[in-house]
Ligand binder design. Structure first.
Ligand SMILES: Cc1cc2nc3c(=O)[nH]c(=O)nc-3n(C[C@H](O)[C@H](O)[C@H](O)COP(=O)(O)O)c2cc1C
Length: 208
């Protein structure tokens, strides 16, 4: 029998045949999901290859890799990715493909197989950087990444309390994708590059 992701998806026949309660089913599914290897795509939106956001990504990557997940990090700020042109090609003739031949074409295959997507960005003027927003707008062509189950965020800033807009965007994307928000790690100027913060990012990846 194929194991589904949520107890709602488990056929009722399974429950009646094996006399297990929905709660027991849910517990088993949760355990299975915990040990399952996930394909994680991190979109990094900082032009600083060795900056504060990249340090959070590295720590997260170490944790998630040690937990057995497959992690791909793409620095979209280094890839020359235009914003969406709203030409509508993807919705018609393109059948889900974007017509723009730029750095995003290397990201689409990774988006197609990602089960967890992590948006990692410095805060630029109270939200994620323009570079990562360009990449996010281009997800439009594929409607939704088909396999995504969870979204997460790693944010770096100077000030504390500047994360509301980014978090709201994450919440709305998760709702649209039908995905869960796995968590958000933030680091302001007093926390950037500290051992405690990098440990938090590591633990987040390790315990996904
Ligand atoms: C264009 C620009 C806009 C910024 N806007 C904000 C902001 O609105 N709030 C804030 O706390 N920090 C802001 N910062 C500071 C960065 O978020 C912060 O330095 C961050 O740690 C940089 O991460 P990085 O090393 O990965 O580039 C801004 C920085 C730049 C360059």
């Amino acid at each position: 029998m194929e194991i589904k992701n949520t107890v709602e998806e488990l056929p009722l026949a399974y429950i009646s045949e094996y006399k297990v309660t929905p709660e027991e089913c849910e517990r088993v599914v949760r355990e299975i999901n915990k040990t399952a290897k996930m394909r994680i795509l991190v979109l990094l939106g900082s032009p600083h290859a060795n900056g504060n956001t990249a340090a959070l990504v590295d720590a997260f990557n170490r944790g998630a890799t040690e937990a057995g997940h497959e992690v791909n990090v793409v620095n979209v700020a280094k890839k020359h990715i235009n914003g969406c042109l709203a030409c509508g090609y993807c919705r018609g003739k393109g059948e889900g493909q974007c017509i723009q031949d730029d750095g995003m074409q290397e990201v689409y295959p990774l988006l197609r197989k990602a089960q967890i997507i992590v948006f990692a960005s410095p805060i630029y003027y109270f939200t994620m950087s323009g570079q990562i927003q360009s990449a996010i707008s281009r997800i439009y062509s594929m409607q939704k990444p088909p396999l995504v189950q969870q979204l997460a965020m790693l944010l770096s800033s100077y000030s504390p309390n500047v994360y509301d807009a980014a978090k709201a965007q994450l919440r709305d994307m998760a709702n649209y994708f039908g995905a869960k928000v796995a968590g958000v790690v933030t680091a302001d100027n007093s926390e950037n590059l500290t051992e405690a913060k990098l440990q938090e990012a590591y633990n987040f990846g390790r315990n996904l």
